[in-house]
Ligand binder design. Structure first.
Ligand SMILES: CC(C)(COP(=O)(O)OP(=O)(O)OC[C@H]1O[C@@H](n2cnc3c(N)ncnc32)[C@H](O)[C@@H]1OP(=O)(O)O)[C@@H](O)C(=O)NCCC(=O)NCCS
Length: 141
């Protein structure tokens, strides 16, 4: 006998929605040593070009691990841009238009400061250790 879950068939409308949906994925890894050098070379201009004031504040509040949170956010932005380019290759977003926020449990989510991207839903996950930060993203249009 087939399992009950296998017999449940999505409605026609749902099937059409699923067929129309485009899904993209992206990943990025950042070497802390290189990232630190880029930050030192780029100074304030680099920070402004890449991070929002809230992202910087989040990282600076964590004094001993500031660089890890910034590198994680950098990786997340790159991963999101890769994922978004798979669902819409014509879209160009700036790094500081992709903002990583954390909810009260610490879970990251993305806020896109680009009105034309509002139909794209993005999911992100990030992780960091002493020498590397990594992030992956999924974009759904
Ligand atoms: C939350 C947890 C998974 C983070 O893992 P970790 O190995 O300590 O840290 P990592 O370097 O791999 O990841 C850190 C990133 O995970 C993300 N993160 C934090 N909490 C998270 C959560 N609950 N779910 C998903 N992602 C989370 C953040 O983006 C964080 O980086 P950031 O602070 O720079 O934004 C870990 O602390 C844990 O297992 N905690 C126990 C479970 C728990 O407390 N859950 C919270 C309620 S659901």
């Amino acid at each position: 006998m087939r399992h009950r879950l296998l017999q449940r068939r999505p409605s026609r409308k749902k099937r059409q929605q699923l067929l129309r949906q485009r899904i993209g994925c992206g990943v990025d890894v950042i070497e802390l040593a290189r990232f630190r050098r880029a930050m030192t070379r780029g100074g304030r201009a680099f920070m402004r070009r890449i991070f929002t004031a809230q992202e910087e504040a989040y990282a600076r509040r964590r004094r001993r691990t500031t660089i890890l949170h910034l590198a994680g956010r950098f990786a997340a932005k790159e991963a999101v841009i890769k994922a978004m380019s798979q669902v819409d290759p014509t879209r160009v977003v700036a790094m500081n238009q992709v903002e990583v926020r954390n909810d009260r449990w610490g879970r990251p989510h993305i806020v896109l400061h680009d009105p034309s991207s509002k139909r794209i839903k993005v999911h992100v996950s990030l992780s960091h250790v002493d020498s590397v930060a990594v992030a992956s993203a999924i974009a759904i249009l």
